[in-house]
Design a protein around this ligand. Structure first.
Ligand SMILES: *Cc1c(COP(=O)(O)O)cnc(C)c1O
Length: 491
């Protein structure tokens, strides 16, 4: 299996096709595009039948080996088994089995309609990012050990990504994590989750500023190429290809667990921000998994909903990006969207490059087919199964209440956006699976507002705010940051 950038056809590329291990530790391709396989591996009905009863780790191995063809199978299998254990995904609700890794719960069934929740948030940080990040931690450690190399991960977080990265990389040989977060701007729970880690390879840096200041510092450091090379700086953001592949697995799992034969149709509704999660669903569908619809659910930041309704992709400025009660979906520009557009325009890398150059220069593009636009590919969106909808703060509160009343469980705000939009897209004869992307305890403020009581905390999280915290406070000063990194890497 070989990989090419969305902006360069293999034949004419300045860069030759890459193997899985070559792109594992990187982010963007050198030409600014995103990596995709030259073709999607196909899955047969016989394979699906054989996979229906597999434990999660074995299913992950079957899918991973189609993408990571340059890693010995025995090694991949060991990595999958090390990652997907009942102990790592232990935060399952009462009545769910932790050994299922992503347990399914039928919320409603009747009139030919069926609504199911698939829990992706039972990992160490209570959000779906653990699903991929835990595998990434093990893959990185494995790849670095082979090369006797080291990697220093440098990133900024406003919550979920940073904690998932730290819990995945803690204690890993050859890896250090430097994570910036805005000082005193994260919730007490999120802060405690990150800052209570005592592992010597984790460096929490609270920056005196807002999240954008943190991100600007990451950009400034990353743009200093000599520094980046000398300090062996890498990232783990959502465009990382291995993260996307790891996410493909739970779409297979959800489909296979919800059905008894491959003739049955299943749709997925996905709370979306950077289009990373649902991009994996698109890939699963392209591999031949019988997914009917892929429904994108957004909050008030509806860049993606607007595209899937109109064909116009219009990114927002920071000032137009709302801070909502489903904050992990507060995005103005979806970093994985280019992967889907590449497929939508027939894998034409010149068109892809032109469209995303226009995103940088003009803030977006128009594929609606209107005169003066950039193309008419919007009419093809249907062939890829995509639909969309949006949800507001009031909708979230109402949905959290309804779900508690009707089904007896408390869901988080992002999942609430998903359920709201899923209900609008239920179809007779098609099971609708909503991906649960976080547990309610992470976003307790809104649970309190909706229900008048606190969200239940999984065992072990009762008193995390009281644990000793390990972090440094620094000004938003790039030179001081570089000194801090260099003094701690010793490079
Ligand atoms: C990151 C995140 C999302 C959005 O996922 P994308 O891959 O960026 O679309 C949704 N919900 C939660 C809880 C998240 O942490």
């Amino acid at each position: 299996m070989q990989y090419v950038s969305t902006r360069a056809n293999g034949a004419t590329a300045s860069q030759s096709p890459q193997q899985f291990s070559d792109i594992l530790l990187g982010g963007l391709a050198p030409d600014g595009g995103l990596y995709l396989p030259t073709e999607y591996p196909q899955v047969t009905g016989a394979e699906l039948d054989a996979w229906r009863k597999l434990p999660y780790a074995d299913l992950a191995f079957e899918i991973l080996k189609k993408f990571a063809t340059d890693i010995p199978e025995a090694d991949l299998k060991a990595l999958a088994h090390k990652t997907y254990t009942a102990d790592v995904y232990r935060n399952a609700r009462a009545g769910e089995s932790a050994a299922d890794i992503t347990p399914l719960r039928v919320l409603e069934e009747g009139n030919g309609k069926k609504l199911v929740l698939q829990a992706l948030s039972n990992g160490p940080t209570l959000a779906f990012k653990d699903m991929a990040m835990q595998l990434l931690g093990n893959l990185f450690e494995y790849a670095l050990a082979k090369k006797d190399a080291q990697l220093n991960i440098f990133g900024a977080t406003s919550g979920d990504t940073g904690s998932a990265a730290e819990y995945a990389m803690r204690g890993k040989k050859g890896i250090k994590v430097f994570m910036l977060s805005p000082h005193k701007k994260m919730s007490a729970f999120q802060t405690a989750q990150m800052f209570s880690l005592q592992d010597p390879n984790i460096f929490n840096i609270a920056v005196e500023g807002v999240f954008d200041d943190c991100q600007d510092m990451v950009k400034a450091v990353s743009n200093d190429l000599p520094f980046k090379a000398k300090q062996k700086i890498g990232t783990v953001n959502s465009i990382n290809w291995a993260r996307v592949v790891a996410q493909v697995v739970y779409y297979f799992r959800g489909y296979l667990a919800a059905t008894t034969s491959n003739d049955e149709k299943v749709s997925f509704t996905v709370p979306s921000g950077n289009f990373g999660n649902i991009c994996a669903g698109h890939i699963a569908r392209m591999m031949g998994l019988p997914i009917d619809k892929l429904v994108v659910a957004t909050n008030e930041n509806d860049v993606l909903d607007e595209f899937f309704r109109t064909g116009v992709y219009r990114t927002r400025k920071s000032a137009e990006t709302y801070h909502t009660s489903s904050p992990s979906m507060d995005i103005s520009k979806a970093s994985n969207f280019e992967r889907f557009i590449f497929d939508l325009v027939g894998r034409d890398s010149e068109r892809t490059r032109a469209l995303f150059t226009k995103v940088d220069t003009h803030g977006g593009f128009d594929l609606s087919g209107y005169p003066g636009g950039d193309g008419d590919e919007f009419h093809k969106v249907k062939e890829y199964g995509f639909k969309s909808g949006k949800s507001t703060h009031e909708d979230r509160l109402a949905t959290i209440r309804d779900v508690a009343d009707d089904y007896g469980i408390v869901i988080d705000t992002h999942t609430a956006d998903g359920i709201k939009v899923a209900k609008e897209n239920l179809e007779p004869g098609v099971t609708m699976i909503v991906l649960e992307t976080a547990l309610a305890a992470k976003f307790n403020e809104t649970i309190l507002e909706a229900l008048g009581h606190d969200a239940e905390r999984p065992a072990g999280f009762e008193n995390i705010e009281a644990l000793p915290q390990r972090f440094v406070v620094m000004p938003a000063d790039v030179d001081k940051m570089k000194d801090y990194i260099a003094s701690n890497t010793g490079l």
